[in-house]
Design a protein around this ligand. Structure first.
Ligand SMILES: NC(=O)c1ccc[n+]([C@@H]2O[C@H](COP(=O)([O-])OP(=O)(O)OC[C@H]3O[C@@H](n4cnc5c(N)ncnc54)[C@H](OP(=O)(O)O)[C@@H]3O)[C@@H](O)[C@H]2O)c1
Length: 340
């Protein structure tokens, strides 16, 4: 099989294509010949050396693949050879051949390509947990979605539409047109505008009900100020510490220092009627049944035509470094996919 390895921390050029023997599925496992492997921002953080959950390098990262099953292990009943599936993997996903347990493989919704399917597992499960499980978004709520033009951002847009919420999105200016066609009511260019001032202007000084914030640091402090009473800040990433293509410890430390460590305490939350919620789907591997329920709901909405994964681009395995540059240059509008 062919895999993309992160050989050491550093710029995208540290990614390397290597060959390895094909894995054999064990009891209850299936083997997938990936036609699409999802790239997530966590992979970039792992490459830079900023992702505490990453395996020790050198390593193959990647949380999701889609493609046909070509072998099944003993005892597999729900999946058969030839089925086209999407699957969650705990690392190892930058690979043209992946073995997963059968309960992590789901049939690709009718009419979806493998690249569209691979935009579902991480992005939509994360957005689902934030919007429906923890954030409890209701019709009419105003939701501020940061990095709205990325993979999770577009998933959040789809799910907010299902919930009946109104979206304010932050993104680089070039993405605003596309975001508006997808239903984002107000777009903020966080690189030239102060999002806190803009949110307060747009909401006539009231603030928003929910904020989905994967930027971190100063952004969380500002977010707490533009939540209306009963509002919830959902923290689920810290892209602010990835200031360059290589580790910059000083700017990473500056990002950490900007976290409102002392402000967010139970007394402050009580007195302000605000909540802070944390989401990390990578820490839910022991809650498979719970996550499987969310995944089944997402797939049902796909079949009903309510979900439209936005694929920005496909890069061949040989171009993996270019794919990471593309994301870090903030050029992607939606999901970036590796095609073996
Ligand atoms: N906790 C969880 O379970 C979980 C799961 C999935 C993702 N996440 C987090 O969610 C965030 C988005 O992930 P994703 O996979 O959807 O991202 P993505 O598709 O790779 O999108 C990246 C986009 O983020 C924006 N961005 C913000 N800060 C950036 C920075 N410092 N460097 C480069 N781009 C930056 C850029 O768009 P604009 O300039 O247009 O904003 C960029 O195009 C990440 O922080 C990721 O770690 C968390």
């Amino acid at each position: 099989m062919r895999q993309i390895w992160i050989t050491r921390t550093g710029p995208p050029e540290t990614l390397e294509l290597r060959e390895a023997p094909d894995p054999t599925p064990g009891p209850g496992e299936v083997r997938i010949r990936s036609k699409a492997c999802g790239i997530n921002f966590a992979d970039i953080m792992a490459r830079i050396g900023l992702y505490p959950d990453a395996p020790k390098l050198p390593a193959v990262v990647g949380y999701e693949v889609a493609g046909p099953v070509d072998a099944v292990g003993p005892g597999v009943t729900a999946v058969k050879i030839g089925d086209e599936v999407l699957a969650l993997t705990r690392f190892g996903g930058y690979s043209d051949t992946v073995v997963v347990s059968e309960d992590q493989a789901y049939a690709i919704p009718a009419g979806f390509t493998c690249s569209q399917a691979v935009a579902l597992p991480v992005n939509y499960v994360t957005a689902y947990q934030m919007i429906f499980v923890m954030g409890a978004v209701k019709p009419g709520d105003k939701v501020l979605v940061h990095s709205a033009g990325g993979g999770v951002g577009f998933a959040a847009i789809d799910l907010c539409a299902i919930a009946g919420a109104e979206i304010i999105g932050t993104a680089s200016a070039a993405k605003h047109g596309m975001l508006q066609t997808r239903g984002v009511k107000h777009c903020i260019d966080y690189r030239t505008q102060d999002f806190e001032a803009e949110v307060m202007r747009i909401t006539n000084g009231k603030g928003v009900d929910i904020i989905l914030d994967s930027v971190g640091g100063k952004s969380w402090a500002k977010g707490l100020r533009c939540l209306r009473p009963t509002g919830r800040l959902v923290v689920f990433g810290f892209s602010n510490v990835a200031t360059g293509k290589k580790l910059n410890p000083i700017s990473a430390l500056r990002g950490m220092l900007a976290v409102p460590w002392f402000k967010v305490n139970p007394m402050w939350l009580m007195d302000n009627n605000k909540g802070v919620l944390g989401v990390n789907v990578g820490h839910l591997w022991e809650e498979r049944e719970m996550v499987a329920g969310w995944m089944r709901q997402i797939l049902t909405w796909c079949e009903e035509g309510k979900i439209h994964p936005t694929v920005d681009s496909e890069f061949s395995f040989g171009d993996a470094a270019r794919a990471h540059h593309h994301i870090q240059d903030r050029k992607n509008v939606g999901k970036v996919v590796l095609v073996p």
